[in-house]
Design a protein around this ligand. Sequence first.
Ligand code: KG4
Ligand code: ZN
Length: 357
Amino acid sequence: MLVLGIETTCDETAAAVVERQADGSGKILSNIVRSQTAEHARFGGVVPEIAARAHVDLLDGIVASAMKEAGVGYAQLSAVAAAAGPGLIGGVIVGLTTAKAIAMVHDMPLIAVNHLEAHALTPRLTCALAFPYCLFLASGGHTQIVAVVGVGQYVRLGTTVDDAMGEAFDKVAKMLSLPYPGGPQVERAAEDGDAKRFTFPRPMLGRPDANFSLSGLKTAVRNEASRLVPLEPQDVSDLCASFQAAVLETTADRLSVGLKLFQEQFGTPRALVAAGGVAANRAIRGALQDVAARAETTLIIPPPALCTDNGAMIAWAGAERMALGLTDTMEAPPRARWLLDANAKAPVGHANSRAGY
Ligand code: KG4
Ligand code: ZN
C-alpha cells in the first residue's frame, strides 16, 4: 500500500510517500519538509496568515518533489492523506483541499488525518511498536500524555491547562531577547548557566492528575528578568538553566503520574514514546530516560526529523487507517480544534489559546 501524505497545520509545508507492507511494517519512500521559520522569524512566532499564503505557494512543488523522489506515479498510489487538523485553519484548508483535489482527479480514497494521531502512530512506522504504549507529545502547540491503545483508540491521561511546553520555551526566549524558535536557544544558553541561582515554581508537582501548567513558571521567569535588567549574558544563561530545571522536574513528576494512570487502566506500556519539537531537548530526553527506567519500560524517541512536523507521519497514519478500511468522504471538514480523545474534558482551570487541549 502506497500513501501520499500532506502536512500544513502549522509552519511546515510537507509531503511524503510511505509504503505499508502486509505485515504492518512501513518504509518511507520520500519525505520533503520545507520549514517556514525564516518567513516568521522577524515576528517572533508563527503568523497564521503568512503561513497559509506560504502553504499555497509551496505545496504543489513539495508534493511534486515527494512523488518524484519516491519514483511513483499517481496511478500507483492507494490513497492520499492530509492533516485535517488540529492547527491553524488557513493552512489546514490548503492541505486538505489539495488532497481532495488529488483524490478526485486520480479517483483514489481520501484520508483526513488528525495531526495528533499522526504523531501518536509514528513509532509504529520507525520501529514496529505494538499497542498499547504511552505517548508524551510536547511541541509548540501541544503538551499531552496519551494512552495509545490502538488505531483510533486514544485516551488522554494529561494535558496542559494553559501554555504548551514549546510555547513556554519560545516565550522565555523572547523575553530574554533570544532568537526564534526559542527552544534550542534556551537549551544552549542553559548549558552555561547555574540552574540553582533562581528557584522557580514547579507547577502541578505532586498532584494526582497528570496535567501540566507552564504559564505561572513563564511569568516567574519574566518577573525575575525584569528585576535584573539590564541582563548580562550570565544572567540569561542562569535564567534559562533555572527555567529548564523547573520544566524538567515538572515533566518527570507529571509523566510518572501519567505512567501510573496508564498502568492502572491498560497494564504495563510497551514503551514510553516522546514526540514533538521539545523531545529534541537533551536535558528533557535525560529526564524521560529516568522516568521510563523507574516505570520499567523503554523510552522510544523517533529520529528528530520524524518527531517534528512532517508528511511521512501523515502518510503513515493514513496507511494505518486505510488498512482498517477507515477512509473519508469529500465532506471531511478542516478543523482548527480536534480532540484525539473525544471523551476528554477540558481540564479544570483550562484557559488557553494555542495549547489546543
Ligand atoms: O513539533 P514542532 O516542530 O512544531 C509544532 O509546534 O508543531 O515543535 C516546535 C516547538 C517550538 O516551540 C520549539 O521552541 C520547541 O518545539 N523546541 C524545543 C527544542 N527544540 C524545539 N524546546 C526545547 N528544547 C529544544 N531543544
Ligand atoms: Zn505537530
